[in-house]
Write a protein that binds this ligand. Structure first.
Ligand code: ATP
Ligand code: MG
Ligand code: FE
Length: 339
């Protein structure tokens, strides 16, 4: 079953062809990071226009890479939400047009289901499993009791992890997106600034990172007020240690309490070396199977959308052509077919 998948929810224009939701035959990703860097973050209007400029060539390139003709495809999938509405619209309109022109079913797909099912591209999933979603806009613990059944058991009450990384990076003078810079600095520093761990209520799987972020900004400002340059290495390391300790602690407890057979890491922050190594260490010590996609499938890409779309197709079939892009699409409502 060949799915052409399209992803345009934020600042990556991507098209992929995925067979049976697990074999990537083609994956093309065009990033707009260089365009947005000048503004210190993603500018929605600019993102939409860039998607429009490249979407047709990206789709053609995916077909060429896979060596397939449109008539050989079985469905066209697209990220329906969540994301920037103007950016989502470009992918949705393109996917609907192609589905109509080629007479193929359309599969509206949830962006976070995509991040989670990126793991299906690298391993066979066993249910129940648990996913730790760490991206630019989301920090969630999602329990999957069966294929395509998502239950969010914990989420951030304020900033997402990636967002906190980007704000800390900015305060330390790094360009957008700052996560990788903070990660590198944290690994190179011998010192760690003492920073709080935010666990919330003992039984809660929720997260909160805005207090930690403010504590970092205070350290930076206090140094500058004294005319000193802040110790960026110690701050980066202290920040990363706090984030990693809480993410790993809650994820491991959730695996135990939900009886999950596997832990699936996903989202752009899954590229973080500190998080990857701490999770790998804890999982191996506790006999938990950990799955982590390679970095290209952690940040936004269409192959992960092809993987999630295949699962959706097997459960619910296609999506009506009058489907609309939904900036706030809920994972649970989408997976229950109420969207
Ligand atoms: P969402 O999927 O929630 O809509 P998004 O798609 O914008 O958000 P991703 O592309 O999954 O987010 O991830 C981007 C985020 O990952 C950025 O905040 C970036 O700083 C962060 N990131 C990337 N690499 C690292 C790293 N090595 N360490 C920490 N953060 C990182
Ligand atoms: Mg991105
Ligand atoms: Fe994403």
């Amino acid at each position: 079953f060949y799915i052409l998948a399209i992803e345009t929810s934020c600042d990556e224009t991507s098209a992929a062809i995925v067979e049976n939701g697990s074999e990537v035959l083609a994956s093309v990703i065009s990033s707009q990071i260089e365009t947005h860097k000048a503004f210190g973050g993603v500018v929605p209007e600019v993102a939409s226009r860039k998607h429009v400029e490249v979407i047709t060539v990206i789709v053609e390139e995916a077909l060429r890479q896979a060596g397939l003709k449109p008539e050989q495809l079985d469905a066209v999938a697209v990220t329906q939400g969540p994301g920037l509405v103007g950016a989502l619209l470009v992918g949705v309109v393109a996917a609907k047009s192609l589905a109509l022109a080629w007479n193929k079913p359309l599969i509206g797909t949830h962006h976070i289901a995509g991040h989670i099912y990126a793991n299906r591209l690298v391993a066979e999933l066993k249910y129940p499993c648990l996913s730790l979603v760490v991206s630019g806009g989301h920090t969630e613990l999602v329990s999957l009791e069966a294929e395509g059944e998502f239950r969010i058991i914990g989420r951030t009450r304020d900033d997402a992890v990636g967002e906190a990384y980007d704000k800390v990076a900015r305060a330390l003078g790094f360009p957008y997106p700052g996560g990788p810079h903070v990660d590198k600095l944290a690994r190179e520093s011998a010192e760690a600034a003492p920073l709080p761990r935010v666990w919330l209520e003992p039984e809660s799987y929720d997260f909160s990172f805005s207090g930690l972020k403010s504590a970092v900004l205070n350290l930076v400002n206090q140094s500058r007020m004294k005319g000193l340059e802040p110790d960026a290495g110690a701050i980066a390391r202290g920040f990363q240690e706090s984030v990693v300790e809480v993410l790993v602690g809650k994820a491991i407890r959730a695996v135990r309490e939900t009886g999950a057979q596997q832990l699936l890491l996903c989202g752009g922050v899954a590229a973080n070396r500190g998080l990857r190594s701490a999770l790998a260490e804890r999982c191996s010590a506790e006999g938990i199977e950990l799955i982590v996609p390679p970095p290209v499938y952690c940040t936004d890409n269409a192959a992960m959308i092809g993987a999630a779309a295949y699962v959706k197709w097997r459960r619910d079939g296609g999506t009506a052509l009058d489907m609309v892009a939904d900036a706030g699409l809920s994972l649970e409502e989408w997976s229950a077919g109420r969207h």
